[in-house]
Ligand binder design. Structure first.
Ligand SMILES: [Zn+2]
Length: 77
């Protein structure tokens, strides 16, 4: 859904006319947001990505333990 064009000011002072929920500031490289709601949504997206990443790492650790550590420790048992 296209947003109405809105002027937002970056923390570095650069202003942009944006019609998207977020935009990268070309002056300082920071991400600027259309609104506080868009910023919050972006934060939850970030949490979701981290959660998925941690799940993958946990799964790999589990596989590692099952495939490598258990056969080594459990030998002769
Ligand atoms: Zn900036």
């Amino acid at each position: 859904m296209p947003l109405e064009k809105k002027t937002v000011t970056c923390q570095c002072g650069a202003t942009y006319q944006i019609d998207k929920p977020s935009h990268w500031c070309t002056a300082c490289g920071r991400q600027i947001f259309y609104s506080e709601g868009a910023r919050r949504r972006h934060r939850w997206d970030t949490y979701y990505v981290w959660g998925a990443l941690l799940s993958v790492i946990a799964f790999l650790v589990y596989i590692f333990i099952e495939m490598i550590a258990v056969p080594l420790v459990g030998r002769g048992g």
